[in-house]
Design a protein around this ligand. Structure first.
Ligand SMILES: CC(C)(COP(=O)(O)OP(=O)(O)OC[C@H]1O[C@@H](n2cnc3c(N)ncnc32)[C@H](O)[C@@H]1OP(=O)(O)O)[C@@H](O)C(=O)NCCC(=O)NCCS
Length: 146
């Protein structure tokens, strides 16, 4: 069973820097982090997958109970072993337990299929984020299994 913990942004900064923001330093990633609680999945004493979530209205169609998912990443060395899914499920559970009705994210294009696999649907057209690449706004209800 996955070792899933609620952690601080500092606990996942190195993983997020390596996977999501290699153009920045760990200190820069940490400085740019919000104060949302993080979820980390540990294996062998180190964080191998992470995500974070906090209440935030979805762009264009805000509704009560909107929560945003950010910082979704897994270590390339462990991909395909369920760690990313464990982090995502724990983040959705965390949000649902605190009143989330929907969870949304700006999904990187290559990760779209991962989110679809777990019930997210795409809203609107592809858009670009400077320095990172093409994205989709994706959303799912928190009802149903993760
Ligand atoms: C997306 C990411 C978090 C997936 O992590 P992972 O640890 O490989 O995911 P898992 O092993 O838990 O995969 C769970 C399922 O999702 C599928 N999946 C994983 N990545 C996928 C992708 N990019 N597209 C489609 N399906 C994917 C797996 O095949 C698996 O399906 P299965 O259960 O039917 O076999 C990881 O690839 C990653 O960190 N990518 C780079 C950073 C990134 O793009 N993050 C998202 C930012 S919005």
């Amino acid at each position: 069973m996955a070792d899933v913990r609620v952690v601080t942004a500092a606990d996942t900064a190195a993983l997020r820097q390596a996977v999501l923001r290699p153009h920045q330093t760990v200190d820069e990633v940490l400085a740019a982090s919000d104060d949302a609680p993080g979820i980390a999945v540990y294996e062998g004493g180190r964080a191998v997958a992470c995500a974070s979530t906090r209440a935030e209205p979805m762009p264009d169609d805000p509704r009560p109970g909107d929560w945003r998912l950010r910082g979704m990443a897994s270590d390339p060395a462990v991909r395909g072993q369920g760690y990313g899914a464990a982090a995502l499920a724990a983040a959705v559970d965390y949000a649902r337990d605190r009143g989330a009705q929907r969870v949304w994210c700006n999904a990187r294009k290559p990760a779209r299929g991962f989110y679809e696999r777990y019930g997210f649907t795409t809203v609107g057209d592809e858009f670009g984020i400077d320095g990172i690449g093409p994205h989709y706004l994706m959303v799912r209800s928190t009802s149903g299994s993760t």
